[in-house]
Ligand binder design. Sequence first.
Ligand code: C5P
Length: 319
Amino acid sequence: KSVVHGLWKGSLSVGMLSPRLQRAVKDYLNNNKHGVAYRGHRKALQNGQQVLCELKKRQKVRTLDGAEKPFSNLGWQKIVPALPLSQIYGSGFQTCAVVTSAGAMLHSGLGKEIDSHDAVLRFNTAPTKGYERDVGNKTTVRIINSQILANPKHQFNTSSLYKNVTLVAWDPAPYTLNLHKWYSNPDYNLFTPYMEHRMHYPAQPFYILHPKYIWQLWDVIQGNNLENIQPNPPSSGFIGILLMMSLCEEVHVYEYIPSLRKTDLCHYHERYFDAACTLGAYHPLLYEKMLIQRMNVGSEEDLKRKGKVTLPGFRNVHC
Ligand code: C5P
């Protein structure tokens, strides 16, 4: 097998993870916390164009619109933004940047390039302040997991990270999409803080991703592998990339597929080291990355130097 910047060409397998990470994957498979029961096909090694077509067909960005129970009974139709996420930016953006939080962003000097895009997506608690040279300072959309809303340490209500941006939150629901079960037992309770935030700041676009969207993305990842992938939702990174592919003509993703700066440093903004951040333990991150790498239309040089993958927006995918 030929090694490509620390990731691999061809079929990827869990055997390439360290024994510790392999054990973690096995535990997640045995535990199957979200009750995943995949019934679709399994076809390894589809080429990039086939993957693009399948994603285009199966992804349809969907957020909670309050029309389904139990949300309808709780008056959520008046709580969610009037316009769906797919419509707030009119005809969308020309070029977009997805900035992962990987440690390899440090010393990248990519800030100017990132800010030159029409829209920039960032994740969770990733800051720009103090890191402008490497990650830029423009933020258009921020994807946040439910822990950010539920854990007071993140200061969701007061931190400037979550102001003047479009917020997109998510939480793992049961694979069966039982919304009642999800509402009464989310991973972290994001529903109450979401409602409160909506009432205080009705003008800020703030959405919760529909679990159907998340699990459909997972299905595409599993459908492209012969082995069982982790039965847990895709990472925020994968979700964010797909979201931007529906809003932009062209998407530039930074340090999702690692550059030559590849490091075990988990986040560029924290001194914490763990290979699982880049390769995945809970999330099927390695499999996500193989799919994304296959769709790359950018150059080898961009991948090596910038950790940059270039993807067409779905409007530019013709199947
Ligand atoms: O850790 P967090 O989920 O906030 O990071 C945002 C996203 O960036 C992850 O979901 C993952 O897709 C990507 N990431 C990565 N490698 C890292 C850290 C984050 O690919 N070392």
